[in-house]
Structure formats: structure tokens, C-alpha cells
Design a protein around this ligand. Structure first.
Ligand SMILES: C[S@@+](CC[C@H](N)C(=O)[O-])C[C@H]1O[C@@H](n2cnc3c(N)ncnc32)[C@H](O)[C@@H]1O
Length: 168
């Protein structure tokens, strides 16, 4: 592949921790966005392609968890199928806002679509909060708060389910 000015290239199997570690090393900082267009070869059985697609989407999620900044975004391709609800639940455990989009560019009848997950909450911040805990002036979103503004974060089963802003 020709060199892309301003881009750095890491070649490897995205499912391997060694590849993900190489991406973290190369980046040398936290990322705002992880964008994954990973997809399996679709020549195999559709059920098998679906399972392989979810495996790749899980690799993208694992990569996002190791490199995204607090509040960052993950966009990843996944083929629809029976494993997808479980995958979406895993994404919801780490992000505040998770939606599925099918761009117009996707072929009609194609199973592929994208999960768009915003508001990443790093593992160490989620792990430190108890069920049903309400945290005021939560440091997770401190950088988004203006003076006098506070934030209440509601956590259930280790996942953030609600954030409420209060002004003044
Ligand atoms: C839909 S294509 C991506 C096309 C790309 N966005 C482009 O515009 O050229 C899916 C890509 O995922 C790659 N891929 C599949 N499994 C992978 C894996 N385990 N690790 C890294 N890449 C993988 C394939 O080689 C293929 O290039």
C-alpha cells in the first residue's frame, strides 16, 4: 500500500493483543475515535460470516477499550444475526449512547451495518462505582462541566445508565 501522508500503518491480525498493543504504542496517546470496518470473507455460510463478524467487532471493542479517551467514540461494522444483541450489550456496558446505523451506501438486503457508540467510560472509572451509586461532580465528565455545573451519574450492574446535569 502507498504511504498516506500523516497516517501511520500497523499491519496485523486485529484480534491479537500484540496487534492492539502495537496500535497503542504507535499512537502514543489516547484516541478520540476508533473506527472499524473489519469484515470477514463473505464467501462462507452466512451464519459463519455473522459469527466471524461479531468476533471482529469484539476485537474492535477490545481495541477501543485499550486506546479510547474518556468520552471517546467507537464506530464498528457488524453483520446482523443472533449474536449481535449480546455484542451490543457488551458495548452498552462501556458507552453511554449506543445506536445502530445502516448507511445508504450499504447494499440493499445486506446484513452489514454499523454500531455507533458515544461517551466511552474507561474501565477504571466503571470499576470504581457501585450499583445504584449517584456521584456528584463526577470526574468522568469533569472536562465537559462548566463552573457551577454538576453532574449526577447513575450506575446499575456496573454500567452507566443515566447522567443528569444540574446548573448552578
Ligand atoms: C470491508 S473490508 C474494509 C475495506 C476498507 N474500509 C477499504 O475501504 O479498503 C474488511 C477488511 O477487514 C480485513 N480483516 C478481516 N479480518 C481481519 C483481521 N482478523 N485482522 C485485520 N484485518 C482483518 C480484511 O482484510 C478487509 O480488508
Amino acid at each position: 500500500m502507498d504511504e498516506v501522508p500523516g497516517a501511520q500503518f500497523v499491519r496485523g491480525d486485529a484480534r491479537l493483543p500484540t496487534t492492539q498493543a502495537a496500535v497503542v504504542r504507535t499512537l502514543g496517546a489516547e484516541a478520540d475515535v476508533v473506527l472499524s470496518d473489519l469484515a470477514p470473507n463473505t464467501l462462507s455460510d452466512p451464519g459463519v460470516s455473522h459469527l466471524r463478524s461479531v468476533e471482529l467487532a469484539r476485537a474492535a471493542l477490545a481495541g477501543a477499550r485499550s486506546v479510547l479517551r474518556n468520552g471517546g467514540t467507537l464506530v464498528c461494522k457488524v453483520f446482523a444475526g443472533k449474536e449481535e444483541p449480546a455484542f451490543r450489550k457488551e458495548v452498552q456496558e462501556c458507552f453511554l449512547d449506543v445506536r445502530a446505523y445502516k448507511p445508504k451506501a450499504c447494499r440493499k438486503g445486506s446484513v452489514e451495518h454499523y454500531i455507533v457508540a458515544k461517551g466511552f467510560v474507561p474501565d477504571q472509572l466503571r470499576g470504581g462505582l457501585n450499583d445504584e451509586e449517584q456521584v456528584e461532580n463526577c470526574s468522568i465528565f469533569e472536562d465537559e462541566l462548566r463552573p457551577g455545573e454538576s453532574e449526577v451519574v447513575v450506575v446499575r450492574d456496573g454500567a452507566l445508565v443515566e447522567r443528569k446535569n444540574s446548573f448552578g
